[in-house]
Design a binder for this molecule. Structure first.
Ligand SMILES: [Zn+2]
Length: 186
């Protein structure tokens, strides 16, 4: 039948177009990983370099999108703040960010973040530092002077209680506000 086939082929066409656009953008962007995106959310390329179960769950793209949406709202931003950027989920416990080698997340035009806490693997995207890094994409403020870096209460209640994924199957995904918070740098 034509229906399913054309639906699949148009999807493939969209992805291919997107990758080409991204390749063009990387000629002018200063910091790109060179990795092909695994999928896109709006105009944001998502790269998976982690095998944590939540990154492989069927609802992952939708969870990334709804988490980004909530974070953008918290920071007073819009999808334009993320357009053309990439988000890379790393399996390593830390990522290198500028001169820092022990960061959990990084915004340098693109976002890279770990899918692990020092003590345990995260079981949902909401637990990661993603909402923190979105803050840098929206307001900059590298030295964390804005009081919202120590708040996150509204965002927490909005994102809490979602499903998590562990090596042993599905579980609740408890959020820890301290993962997102950062005191002002001196
Ligand atoms: Zn920060």
């Amino acid at each position: 039948m034509e229906g399913p086939f054309s639906s699949v082929s148009s999807k493939v066409g969209r992805v291919a177009t997107y990758v080409a656009a991204l390749a063009l953008a990387s000629c002018t962007a200063s910091a790109t990983t060179g990795d092909q995106p695994d999928f896109a959310v709006r105009d944001v390329a998502v790269v998976l370099r982690s095998s944590e179960p939540f990154t492989r769950a069927a609802d992952f793209p939708a969870r990334v999108e709804s988490t980004l949406e909530a974070a953008l709202e918290y920071w007073g931003g819009s999808w334009d703040d993320l357009a053309g950027r990439s988000i890379t989920f790393e399996g390593s416990q830390t990522v290198t960010c500028g001169n820092h080698s022990g960061a959990f997340g990084c915004f340098d035009g693109d976002i890279r973040l770990s899918t692990r806490d020092p003590a345990f693997p995260f079981s949902c995207v909401e637990q990661t530092v993603l909402v923190h890094e979105v803050g840098h994409a929206v307001i900059g403020d590298a030295s964390h002077q804005d009081p919202r870096w120590m708040d996150f209460e509204a965002l927490m209640s909005r994102l809490n209680g979602r499903r998590g994924y562990t090596a042993n199957g599905e579980a609740d995904c408890q959020l820890f506000i301290s993962v997102w918070q950062h005191p002002p740098d001196r």
